[in-house]
Design a protein around this ligand. Structure first.
Ligand SMILES: [Zn+2]
Length: 220
């Protein structure tokens, strides 16, 4: 694990920061794919974790959760509008034939949610923000004191095909409502974060102008 903001550690679950989880105090944010559980358990060994919070209900964020939750007896938190998908292991997808296929391919082992999160809730010193679009109940975590943002998949900071870092919108197919996600992206950019931590891609520092430019570019 490496410290990427004060008291925040990144667990890169695949090479080149392709899928990330984070440890914030006693909270694990996201749990990778099914095969990530062992890596997470090794990384957090010796730490007292109490809580597992998801940015959203997709297979690459919840997939490893069941095993990690069971091993560490964690309380599970998820955005209110993603609770059902986290529990059933079935992501919400766009309403189309392709969407149906994606739902099958994106299925994961569901986990029971102990508490639903809503905007304004507090998790380990971070403020919960509703950021729907990539999934209906997608949430981000924001700490104003040092302007650190855990943005989940509202933005990617890599090209997932080439692994080259750089700001991008998430892949279109698994994103339920791309337009809403862009609105959530604009909301996050307006916070002027200093450090942004992504589900996919390396941390971004000095982030505010880069994020603003990216969002403005995609509105024109
Ligand atoms: Zn993802």
């Amino acid at each position: 694990m490496r410290e990427v903001a004060d008291g925040v550690h990144q667990i890169a679950l695949v090479p080149r920061d392709g899928i990330n989880a984070y440890v914030v105090g006693e909270v694990l944010v996201d749990a990778g794919i099914k095969g990530s559980a062992k890596k997470i358990l090794n990384a957090v060994e010796g730490r007292a974790l109490r809580t597992l919070a998801f940015t959203h209900a997709h297979v690459d964020h919840v997939g490893g959760a069941q095993r990690v939750r069971d091993a560490l007896s964690l309380e599970v938190l998820a955005g209110a509008r993603d609770v059902e998908a986290v529990q059933s292991g079935t992501p919400v997808v766009a309403d189309s034939a392709l969407g149906g296929l994606l739902a099958k391919g994106g299925a994961f082992d569901g986990v029971a949610v102990d508490r639903a999160l809503r905007e304004g809730d507090e998790v380990a010193g971070f403020y919960v923000l509703d950021t729907p679009g990539h999934s209906p109940g997608h949430i981000a975590f924001w700490r104003e004191s040092d302007r650190t943002l855990i943005c989940g998949d509202v933005f990617f900071n890599m090209n997932v095909f080439t692994t080259v870092p750089g700001l991008r919108w998430p892949l279109g197919l698994p994103t339920v409502d791309p337009e809403r996600n862009r609105a959530s992206g604009a909301k996050l950019a307006a916070l002027e974060p200093e450090t942004v931590l992504f589900g996919h891609g390396p941390p971004l520092t000095g982030a505010a102008p880069k994020l603003r430019a990216f969002v403005e570019r995609s509105q024109s």
